[in-house]
Ligand binder design. Structure first.
Ligand code: PEP
Ligand code: MN
Length: 466
């Protein structure tokens, strides 16, 4: 990998010839920058301080990339693609970066700049930099307010290329929105109308007095729980997947990688048996793939330790009314995935959520996972009617777990589709590299192929629009 002050060539194994562009933004002075990417994908990477890589769960591809000890990077915007492959703008402003060297002729810089002036292209940056390893030779780095694929800009760039001794178009990219506060982890949707079906407060059942903080009127537009880059409760349907329980390093990493490439955004995994540090293995698989993790906390004394290693604390169905545990997770700031108890009414589920909210933790996600009925054909009875009812009565996001809901591999697929159609914000499913070998819940473990099929089918189902 070569490096200079403002660009480095793409480190991708395919030698695509693309460039990583370093622009203005994050004041990363004094950091020893690295190249990092989500899930270790070498074709899309960022230059970042290692602290940022850790925070955003990126995998380091190269460390200490600076070629000067006092080098500093102001930003990290990355386009590993060739210029012609740049992402189409969605209508926002675009910028193009290039570097060039002029011929040693009087007025050569002026001629090049005139080309851009005549094309009415603004130059937002022009800098000359010494060429690494070549004393007294300089390269110009320029940022132009245009998209290299617009016909006018493309013609101007071609004209400029002819006037230069050396010319390299680095790429075009969207101009980042102004820097602001990081979005809060959990927010009320401000920009959307309330659900059309959202009832007036008087339409809530009288039992709603037991769960005022969970009741929709307290946040009419709904709550979005943010877990790193993933929003639950927003417009995207999220898929959380992973093994029932963490069995080995190989098992959890293979599953994490398989579900990630097929579109899962969070990694689940129970740590029920004291096998080799299951939380540490889950956290490692999360780091490798860039997936935030969800795992069940079963007792109050586990809460603090688990909150340090997983991103979402799950309260299992059997603990839904363990009020000490609810209060303990309510005292943390870690998002909580609260599963409906086996014989719990929706009122009781919301009252359980209220315990967590009342302790000050607003990051609560509800999960329908099947209830106990007289029916024995399925492991539980997946109560999909809970979804529209909950969406009307509470502002909290609602997930569905069809795996525990039916307990039979081949019935998970239709119920996953149904969950999306009925308005859930996402699903939680169990996936195993080799289901017959699974140490728990083997009957309901999906293969990687099953999971792929579910993901493909979910893509065909319109989300619920209220
Ligand atoms: C689980 O999700 O791993 C689990 C044990 O689920 P539940 O608590 O719904 O049975
Ligand atoms: Mn399970």
């Amino acid at each position: 990998m070569t490096s200079s002050r403002n660009t480095i060539s793409c480190p991708c194994a395919r030698s695509c010839g693309g460039w990583i562009i370093v622009c203005s933004g994050w004041p990363a002075r004094h950091w020893r920058d690295c190249v990092a990417s989500r899930g270790g994908d070498p074709t899309i990477a960022a230059i970042a301080p290692p602290q940022a890589a850790e925070r955003y769960r990126l995998v380091e591809l190269a460390s200490n990339i600076a070629d000067y000890p006092d080098n500093f990077t102001r930003f990290l915007l990355v386009e590993a693609a060739l210029p012609e492959q740049t992402t189409p703008s969605d209508g926002g402003a675009r910028r193009t970066s290039l570097l060039f060297a002029m011929r040693h002729e009087a007025g050569s810089l002026a001629r090049i700049l005139t080309v851009f002036a005549e094309a009415k292209i603004n130059l937002s940056k022009l800098e000359s930099r010494p060429r690494p390893g070549k004393g007294w030779e300089y390269l110009f780095y320029a940022d132009l307010d245009c998209d290299a694929r617009e016909p006018g800009a493309a013609a101007a760039l071609e004209k400029a290329r002819e006037l230069c001794a050396e010319f390299r178009l680095l790429g075009s990219y969207d101009i980042a929105p102004p820097k602001g506060e990081a979005p809060p982890r959990t927010a009320e949707k401000k920009d959307r109308a309330p659900l059309a079906s959202a009832p007036k407060p008087t339409e809530l059942p009288s039992s709603a007095k037991n769960w005022p903080k969970a009741a929709r009127p307290s946040k009419p537009n709904g709550t979005v729980v943010r877990i790193h880059q993933v929003d639950i409760g927003g417009d995207d349907f999220v898929v959380i997947a992973g093994p029932c329980s963490v069995e080995s390093r190989e098992q959890v990493i293979a599953t994490a990688q398989a579900v990630r490439v097929r579109g899962a955004v969070l990694l689940r995994g129970g740590a029920f048996k004291p096998r080799t540090s299951p939380y540490a293995l889950l956290a490692e698989a999360g780091r490798i793939t860039g997936l935030p993790t969800v795992s069940e906390v079963m007792s109050v004394d586990q809460v603090e330790r688990m909150a340090r290693s997983v991103d979402v604390l799950q309260i299992g169905a059997r603990n839904m009314q363990n009020f000490d545990l609810l209060k303990a997770v309510g005292k943390t700031t870690t998002p909580v995935l609260l599963k409906r108890g086996l014989s719990a009414s929706l009122d009781e589920l919301l009252a359980a959520a209220e315990y967590i909210l009342s302790e000050g933790n607003p990051h609560v996600i509800l999960c329908e996972r099947g209830i106990r009925t007289f029916e024995t054909a399925t492991r539980n009875t997946l109560d999909l009617s809970a979804v529209p009812v909950l969406r009307e009565r509470t502002h909290l996001p609602v997930l569905v777990d069809p795996s525990h809901g039916v307990g039979v591999r081949r019935w998970i697929r239709p119920l996953a589709r149904a969950a999306k159609a009925v308005g859930a914000h996402g699903i939680l499913v169990e996936v195993h590299p080799n289901p017959p070998e699974a140490k728990s819940d083997a009957e309901q473990a999906l293969t990687f192929d099953d999971f792929e099929q579910i993901m493909a089918e979910l893509g065909q189902i319109p989300g619920y629009s209220a």
